[in-house]
Design a protein around this ligand. Structure first.
Ligand code: ADP
Ligand code: MG
Ligand code: ZN
Length: 614
């Protein structure tokens, strides 16, 4: 009984802290329940999507509890980032890692040992040394938190051997609560994390994957570079990531963007470590930097104000896609995810799987091909894209109204006769040729290869003259996406899925792609009534303050906070405290600076109105 009552009081404290320290009015879905469970001392695993606000789920309990919370995190950049944010909130947090001067590490350790710290961040290999474990036993630990906990599992996509040793924590600190957090964990990975870190009494908290503020768009790639420039043109001055397929491509795209006046840089695993850190730091501090990156740029990019994630080439799987686009809009303000998609890129992806597997018929390889097919089917979606994406993760939603398909449902045209012709052409030519050659057969093309293979003797030769080759290739791609045709991964030849063809071809509908200017997508972030000029002035002030303090701009305030500020236009320090994301510490530190911008702007406005009236 007593513990229930105290948990309730704690939760009220947690709400007060949310407003006071973090400046947020409400918990996000899932947070409150996890905070309550943490405060009650549960061992738990929380699975919440990227950007859902996992950090707060352990930071708030840490700040509310007596004693030290030890947080394990895999990357130095991640830890530094959190420390910068916590310090700006006035929270007592420290970090120990190998990239800092020894004196700083020692200083933070002393504060922890003296009971002056609430949170101490560490890499797993540092924590699991005999010395550190013994020292922590002396000091006493209130709870352990393992962030990015999927790293503990070999089933996960990012296994880290250093995380493995964390399983020993249970033996060293049997009575100390442990909490694990991750964004991506399938069934197997979850139970793996639970066994290794939590023990039999571990509880699971699994929360939704919908990120409604991210606008989802997949569009046909027909003139990639110009399409990219056009899309980016609508986001000039904003920060984002352009994912590319290869290192070479990241360099090309970065050069292209620089040539067009963007602040852009390439990022990939081929750069040396110093160069990578340098570019990552630029990304954290320059609010308009666009990074053309491979997947190497990713985990722990914990920046709330990334406004767009573009895929210049298709990603490896839906999981990868979800993780990558999940880096956009973590502050909850509108953000965009656009993928340029082409059959050629799908083929390049398939080749990459081929190259990485020795045995193409192995279970592992087949799973990879299936994952790719799932992604292609997502790209070809004819109904709500978000619904399709979430369905993949086992979550059901109504059509969202905020994706490209919802906004502009594709024209579906009957193509059953044409689909039948494709099937005949594939079958008659022996199921060994790829899409381009099948299109040539149907078009009745007079090429060397046609003559060599005697394809001009087939009855379907020339039967599809009335349509362009591009039409046939598009139809074949969509038939592939619908599962009527399969591509032999070894030779690239098309094969029939006879079972599907039997009932699928008779009703086959082609999704007509809208190309050119018409396919351009809705853009410009919804400012919800905030004045764009004022917002610009507030951003300017934020940049100035960030430079003075040598921290990333979002450590001062997120975009969402500035938008809310521009809408509310507070005139007093007190009213300033009501702005979204303004807690007590930030209210004290920044009210004056921003109120003066707001005040000047009022004067400008008035002057304009008066001039207009005169
Ligand atoms: P992740 O779950 O990916 O670790 P973070 O903890 O980095 O996400 O949080 C993402 C963003 O959400 C941060 O900018 C954070 O300040 C913000 N955030 C967290 N909780 C809330 C909340 N209750 N209300 C508003 N914003 C929040
Ligand atoms: Mg996180
Ligand atoms: Zn939709």
């Amino acid at each position: 009984m007593k513990s229930e009552a105290s948990a309730r009081v704690n939760l009220e404290d947690a709400r007060a802290l949310l407003k006071e320290v973090f400046g947020f009015g409400d918990f996000r879905p899932g947070q409150e329940e996890i905070v309550a469970a943490m405060l009650a001392g549960d061992n738990l695993l929380a699975v919440m999507p990227t950007g859902a606000g996992k950090s707060l789920c352990y930071q708030a309990p840490a700040l509310l509890s007596d004693g030290l919370t030890v947080v394990v995190s895999p990357l130095i950049a991640l830890m530094d980032n959190q420390i910068a944010q916590l310090s700006a909130l006035g929270a007592a947090a420290g970090v120990i890692h190998s990239n800092r001067p020894r004196a700083d590490n020692v200083a933070d350790w002393r504060r922890a040992a003296a009971g002056d710290l609430k949170l101490l961040y560490m890499a797993p290999e540092r924590l699991m040394t005999e010395r550190m474990l013994a020292a922590l036993k002396d000091v006493g630990v209130a709870r352990f938190v393992v962030d990015e906990a999927h790293c503990v599992s070999q089933w996960g996509h990012d296994f880290r051997p250093e995380y493995f040793a964390l399983a020993k924590l249970r033996e060293h600190f049997p009575g100390t609560p442990r909490a694990a957090f991750t964004a991506t964990a399938d069934e197997r990975t979850r139970s793996d994390i639970a066994t290794r870190l939590l023990g039999p009494d571990g509880a699971m908290h699994i929360h939704g994957f919908n990120r409604p503020n991210i606008d989802l768009v997949v569009t046909d790639k027909f003139d990639g570079k110009n399409q990219l420039i056009a899309m980016l043109g609508e986001h000039r001055g904003e920060q984002g990531i352009v994912y590319c397929l290869s290192r070479k491509e990241t360099e090309e795209i970065a050069a292209l963007l620089q040539g067009d006046g963007f602040n852009a840089v390439a990022y990939h695993a081929g750069l040396d470590a110093g160069e990578r850190t340098d570019r990552l730091n630029r990304f954290l501090s320059e609010p308009d930097l666009v990074v053309a990156a491979t997947v190497a740029f990713g985990m722990g990019i914990d920046k709330p104000d990334i406004r767009f994630v573009f895929h210049y080439a298709m990603p490896a799987s839906i999981e990868a896609y979800y993780q990558e686009i999940g880096r956009a809009g973590r502050d909850g303000a509108p953000a965009r995810a656009v993928m340029l998609y082409s059959g050629a890129d799908a083929t390049r992806r398939r080749r990459m799987v081929d190259r990485d597997t020795d045995d193409r018929s192995s279970e592992g390889a087949r799973a990879e091909y299936r994952r790719l097919d799932d992604l292609i089917a997502y790209c070809e979606a004819v109904a709500c894209r978000r619904q399709r994406l979430l369905d993949y993760f086992g979550e059901t939603i109504e059509p969202c109204g905020g994706c490209d398909v919802c906004r502009q449902p594709p024209d579906l045209i009957d193509a059953s006769a044409e689909a039948q012709l494709v099937i005949e052409a594939v079958e008659a030519s022996g199921e060994v040729f790829g899409p381009s050659f099948i299109a040539e057969i149907l078009r009745g093309a007079d090429t060397k290869k046609i003559r060599e293979k005697n394809a001009d003797a087939l009855s379907v030769y020339g039967a599809g003259k009335h349509k362009a080759a591009a039409f046939w290739r598009m139809l074949i791609r969509q038939m592939n996406a619908a599962g009527l045709l399969e591509i032999d991964t070894e030779y690239g030849g098309l094969k029939l899925n006879r079972a599907r063809c039997a009932d699928g071809a008779a009703a086959f509908k082609l999704r007509r792609q809208k190309t050119g200017a018409k396919a351009r997508t809705r853009t410009s972030v919804d400012l919800g009534g905030a004045d764009a000029g004022l917002l610009e002035a507030l951003k300017q002030k934020r940049l100035e303050l960030a430079r003075e303090r040598n921290v990333p701009a979002y450590v001062i305030f997120s975009d969402r906070t500035l938008i809310d500020m521009a809408k509310r236009r507070p005139e007093t320090v007190e009213a300033f405290g009501d702005v979204f994301g303004v807690g007590a510490a930030k209210q004290r530190e920044f009210a004056a600076a921003f109120l003066s911008v707001l005040c000047e702007f009022e004067d400008d406005d008035r002057a304009k109105v008066e001039r207009g009236a005169a």
